[in-house]
Design a protein around this ligand. Structure first.
Ligand SMILES: Cc1cc2nc3c(=O)[nH]c(=O)nc-3n(C[C@H](O)[C@H](O)[C@H](O)COP(=O)(O)OP(=O)(O)OC[C@H]3O[C@@H](n4cnc5c(N)ncnc54)[C@H](O)[C@@H]3O)c2cc1C
Length: 398
């Protein structure tokens, strides 16, 4: 078994397979898990518990929200109980890869997969090693966990399964305690076209003295968009963080289809995590969904491997994977495609004073809800339960 990509999805699957006694190799193009730690990595508490993430990957915990609107007004929702965590994404990767290796997976860093093909009932994947040599790895199955790049599975047919793309830029800052304090214990978002046109900004607390500050937007193929770097610098200046020391600069893309109907596998090649559109476009988050895809695929893959070991024919082996897309869709829930449509409407539409005024009305409408209700709205997409006041806005009725 070969897993390509050592992000949250691939590392989790490699660990699960190795733990079940399967011979598994994981190749990851990064030389070190600390490189390009692009994710802001904010998660609700339930995800930490569900996926058994340990304290060592948690940078800070949060128990409230702060939404800063187009007019600069700060609205806060806070409660005593912890609602979630901001992870240290590099520490998460490091821990996951150690876990996988600890259970017996062969983890090769600095190794880039270039392509794969089926040869005589097996898969041959061409990889470039850290020293530049290209070699072939033969395996019964290959998992493409290369994130939104989808290196092996390739792009879905753009007419049938159009990808919606977002791009984000984030800096890790070192700040003095008095500057860190106002942003601690909560997730802060800056909303409005004057902050980020067709997107939003954020400030998340890491350990004391460190903040993650970022901006992202959906890519609008219809119109030119100003450079994100300028939006980030403006945001830093408006939040009095312009003189903070920058420890790291990183960024990345999120690309998902809204319906998630694209093929999730091709023969013995199977997609996982962002490679099959598990990243959510509304909140720009996908770690827990990538992990969910791994937990959904694992038992099916073990079944397929078991059938192979029993000498059943290829068709019988592949049939074990048929429920994968449907089960994953069920796991992500019926609100998923709705949240994708809302993402397009909300972010792409946020490009005028009129849209800012609509957003102001939405923020005012949310003033009466509790912090945990806001979490349910933003992380569980529970528009129908807590967001009735928001729904007409989001559906374009206001
Ligand atoms: C700016 C930004 C902020 C985000 N903030 C959040 C957040 O706050 N909360 C949240 O939950 N999610 C967030 N996300 C999304 C989240 O990080 C992803 O959804 C998640 O990392 C997906 O996991 P994955 O394992 O599917 O893919 P990835 O994490 O992308 O992992 C893919 C891995 O494959 C490797 N790879 C790629 N190509 C090859 C190749 N050819 N050969 C070998 N290896 C290869 C890559 O180096 C990478 O390590 C954010 C994303 C961005 C861009």
């Amino acid at each position: 078994m070969l897993v390509v990509g050592g992000g949250p999805a691939g590392a989790d699957l490699a660990c699960g397979l190795a733990r079940a006694g399967v011979s598994v190799a994981l190749v990851e193009r990064l030389q070190r898990p600390e490189q390009a730690a692009f994710s802001s990595a904010a998660l609700p508490l339930q995800a930490l518990q569900q996926f058994g993430l340990p304290a060592q990957v948690v940078a800070s915990r949060w128990n409230g929200w702060q939404l800063i609107g187009p007019d600069g007004q700060r609205r806060q929702w806070q409660q005593p109980a912890v609602l979630g965590a901001v992870l240290d994404f590099a520490a998460l990767r490091r821990w996951q890869l150690q876990q996988a290796a600890g259970w017996g997976a062969q983890v090769q860093l600095g190794c880039t997969a270039l392509g794969c093909q089926a040869v005589d009932g097996a898969m041959v994947t061409t990889v470039r090693q850290a020293d530049g040599r290209c070699t072939g790895i033969t395996s019964s199955w290959v998992v493409d966990a290369t994130g939104q790049a989808r290196t092996l599975l390739g792009e879905p047919d753009p007419r049938a399964h159009p990808l919606v793309a977002g791009v984000g830029l984030e800096w890790l800052l070192a700040v003095d305690q008095p500057l860190w304090e106002p942003w601690s214990g909560r997730l802060s978002f800056m909303l409005g076209s004057q902050w980020v046109r067709q997107g939003y900004g954020w400030i998340f607390p890491m350990q004391p003295g460190q903040l993650k500050v970022g901006v992202c937007r959906l890519i609008d193929p219809q119109q030119p968009q100003p450079a994100l770097g300028r939006s980030l610098e403006t945001l830093l200046a408006r939040c009095d963080l312009g003189s903070a020391t920058v420890l790291d600069r990183h960024g990345g893309a999120i690309r998902s289809t809204v319906s998630r109907h694209e093929p999730h596998s091709r023969g013995r090649l199977i997609g996982l995590g962002d490679a099959v559109s598990t990243a959510n476009l509304l909140g720009g988050e996908g770690i827990r969904h990538a992990l969910a895809s791994s937990r959904t695929l694992l038992p099916l893959l073990l079944d397929a491997i078991g059938r192979q070991q029993q000498g059943r024919d290829e068709g019988e082996q592949l049939r074990a994977l048929v429920p994968y897309r449907r089960l994953l869709q069920k796991q992500l829930g019926w609100r998923w495609p709705l949240s994708g449509r809302l993402a397009c409407r909300t972010w792409l539409g946020l490009a005028s004073n009129r849209a800012d005024r609509r957003l102001e009305r939405l923020l005012r409408g949310l003033e009466g809800v509790r912090a945990d209700q806001l979490s349910a709205l933003l992380f569980d997409y529970r528009f129908e339960r807590y967001g009735w006041r928001a729904l007409p806005y989001l559906l374009g009725l206001r």
